[in-house]
Design a protein around this ligand. Sequence first.
Ligand code: NAP
Length: 311
Amino acid sequence: MKVFLAGHKGLVGSAILKKLKQEGYQNIIVKDRRELDLLDTNRVMDFFKTEKFDWVFLAAAKVGGIYANDTYPVDFLLDNLKIQNNIIEAAFKTEVKKLLFLGSSCIYPKNAPQPIKEEYLLTSPLEPTNEPYAIAKIAGIKLCNAMNKQYGTNYISVMPCNLYGINDNYHPENAHAVPMLIRRFHETKEKGLDEVIIWGTGTPRREFMFNEDLADAILFLMKNKDAKDIGEFINIGTGTDVTIMELANIIKEVTGFKGEIKNDLTKPDGTMQKLMDVSKINALGWTAKTGLKEGIEKTYQDFLSNPDTRL
Ligand SMILES: NC(=O)c1ccc[n+]([C@@H]2O[C@H](COP(=O)([O-])OP(=O)(O)OC[C@H]3O[C@@H](n4cnc5c(N)ncnc54)[C@H](OP(=O)(O)O)[C@@H]3O)[C@@H](O)[C@H]2O)c1
């Protein structure tokens, strides 16, 4: 079994790599961007022709927050389309047996009913702030499905909820909610200050999953299920959400911060709830195992043991 894992240094890719190794896969090929730029169509095709993979995990993408999407919409649309088209087409031409494409919950309409079922895709307008990224991801799902339909390939698409975990990104400007709060609580404690401010009322509800649980779900699907068992694509999440204030209190406890949490009510709350319906993957036999506090404890230990992540 020869496996190509694209994006192995990322939050998702690094968890998949760890899981593959734990499960005894030995022939795993990874390339960082300097060795193989996935935007380069010819080089990607040559690479696939030379290597002849059995399985491909597509966890490489241009990822970013609202500001980056708004400032660089061309990059988010074009780079993601190119990366996924290059890999999916090369996989098809070299007869890869199974491919897994990673999407994201931002593909769903802005005002989707909660919890969000797979069938809500393309039922109403997207959230405008990440539309370029979402459109590229939707195109990736549709391409995998078109390949399966027209050529009988076995390409699976998965849509995870918000993630956090080992090897997370703690960048002060573009980190996601969990690593951002871990850093803020930790640094406030280190400086001996007594107040952490969170944006808005703290009442919006969000779903967070530990990245190693996602990797577990992905391996479960790749080993046990085919595209025909999954349909167009499948949600992966914990099925439960917490308020931002509940999340902040868990991180406060885990980091040992003793001060107060205050709200900045001049800042917007955003969507009031974002929770995936995970009944489809649960019915296939998989559920998330890591509780939020346990996952945040593991993540904080990783943060403490890797000072480089804070640069
Ligand atoms: N993180 C989440 O909360 C979340 C939630 C749902 C879904 N997802 C999905 O999971 C996938 C991976 O996300 P992530 O959070 O793991 O992102 P990430 O941490 O930013 O990792 C993305 C990886 O892709 C690589 N990459 C990007 N462009 C490349 C190129 N042109 N050539 C070679 N490598 C390239 C990056 O390499 P460099 O390090 O060189 O940039 C990086 O290693 C995405 O499709 C995302 O939508 C993520």
